[in-house]
Design a binder for this molecule. Structure first.
Ligand SMILES: Nc1nc2c(c(=O)[nH]1)N[C@H]1C(S)=C(S)[C@@H](COP(=O)(O)OP(=O)(O)OC[C@H]3O[C@@H](n4cnc5c(N)ncnc54)[C@H](O)[C@@H]3O)O[C@H]1N2
Ligand code: MOO
Length: 396
């Protein structure tokens, strides 16, 4: 038997097999959420543009307080006003966000002052730069604020707005075609005949693709025949940048995906040393990259999270890696798998992992009822209080 690829090797293979898109669009900032930046964004201003006050209070010059603790108010500076230089021996009434007048070198919050007729008394000692937010504190002039390949989050949109940007140069979203295969599959909503099960991988993969930030161009199903598979793949290739399928990648002869691809492209079938999710196909069919996930629902989920998600990100121009795993402590014991790393669906509470009782690759509910995957490398027994890497579902 050919040796199995490690999951890190398989990630490297599938990422290198896909080309990054070069199609770029200009999008108004209001529509840029979730898009992938096509170039670095460099700030041509500093944020804040000028020194400003962090408090409502009084701007002072420390030298003026050397021989007195009381100063008269020479100007009032609200946020949005342009101040005049601070007159010698005076203070300026100032509000949060207002520009510091030239000559002032500290702001005293109003709670630490006392109003005496037209004068202000400063109760506590004042230190240089107290309550002054310096120009460029947040963003320096010329700083790279966001890098090419970043998928824009709500925070990133705020950052772009803070440097006055109105539109983003982003890659055209990836169009992903989704194929499910198998005679046994029924559409949810229809009664199940003998031998049938509902097609859950179709909606599952479609939702995974959308939540990864891509578009689904078409989702379709092919019965187990060469004609149906060929026609479905042809249709999908015409409207998709990448096709993802589930099922038909193991060794049975009801497997028309492989032969259809061999007739109309090139097929690479990898066996990966993980459980669930051993077989994975990468191919080109009708000139379109194709990722074939195994049909067992938990295998579909794991292989999407570990491989397809990173491959799609690469094709979409996004810089993405596996999430950083979190070390957790095991509250259970388990004999190791001899040849495959296991991705066990576990609950994690205060850093302590317990496995779901149902770990079959055919069972999906266990994933919905747990927090993520515990990665147990092959040949490593889990003993009580041993530590392993945990990948939360919400980090994918
Ligand atoms: N003799 C061998 N048999 C199998 C091997 C092997 O090495 N030798 N590998 C097993 C492993 S591991 C996996 S994983 C599966 C992969 O099978 P396929 O990708 O070919 O998938 P199918 O056979 O089409 O289906 C497997 C299983 O999943 C159900 N399924 C398929 N599509 C859907 C869907 N859209 N929604 C819900 N469920 C789906 C299908 O009914 C089967 O129960 O092969 C093992 N066999
Ligand atoms: O790899 Mo399969 O996913 O073990 O069932």
């Amino acid at each position: 038997m050919a040796s199995l690829l490690s999951f890190k090797e398989a990630i490297a293979h599938i990422k290198s097999a896909l080309e990054c898109t070069t199609q770029v669009e200009t999008t108004p900032l209001g529509q840029a959420l979730g898009r992938v930046l096509a170039q670095d964004v460099i700030s041509n201003i500093q944020v804040p543009p000028a020194d400003n006050s962090a408090m409502d209070g009084y701007a002072v010059r420390l030298r003026d307080l050397e021989n007195t603790d009381t100063l008269f108010v020479s100007q009032r500076i609200a946020a949005g006003c342009a101040p005049t230089p601070l007159a010698a021996g005076s203070c300026a009434r100032i509000f949060t966000g207002a520009e510091i007048p030239a000559g002032a070198d500290a702001v005293v919050m109003q709670e630490n002052t006392e109003q005496i007729a037209e004068q202000v008394r400063f109760i506590n000692p004042v230190k240089l730069n107290d309550n002054i937010r310096p120009a460029g504190q947040d963003i320096a002039l010329g700083a790279t604020v966001l890098a090419k390949g970043k998928r824009l989050s709500a925070i990133d949109i705020g950052v772009l707005a803070s440097i006055g940007i109105t539109e983003a140069q982003s890659f055209t979203p990836l169009r992903v075609g989704v194929l499910t295969t198998g005679d046994e599959l029924q559409v949810p909503g229809q009664p199940l005949a003998a031998g049938q099960i509902y097609n859950s991988n179709g909606p599952l993969i479609e939702s995974l693709v959308i939540s990864a930030g891509h578009q689904v161009s078409l989702r379709t199903h092919a019965m187990d025949s060469v004609e149906a598979t060929e026609s479905a793949l042809k249709n999908l290739s015409e409207c998709s940048d990448v096709i993802i399928s589930s099922g038909g990648v193991s060794v049975g002869e009801e497997d028309h995906v492989k032969s259809t691809i061999e007739q109309n492209g090139q097929l690479h079938l990898w066996k990966i040393a993980i459980k669930p999710g051993k077989p994975l196909v990468f191919a080109n069919v009708f000139d379109t990259p194709f990722i074939g996930l195994p049909g067992n629902p938990s295998s579909t989920l794991v292989t999407f999270h570990l491989f397809a998600r990173l491959a799609l990100a690469k094709a979409a121009g996004e810089q993405l890696d596996l999430p950083d795993p979190i070390p957790v402590t095991c509250a259970f014991e388990r004999k190791s798998n001899k040849s495959r790393d296991e991705f066990v669906r576990v609950h994690v509470n205060h850093g302590v992992a317990t496995p779901h009782a149902q770990q079959s690759s055919g069972a999906l509910l266990a994933a919905s009822q747990t927090d993520g995957y515990l990665h147990i490398p092959a040949q490593q027994d889990v003993t009580l209080d041993s530590q392993f890497d945990f990948y939360p579902f919400n980090s994918f």
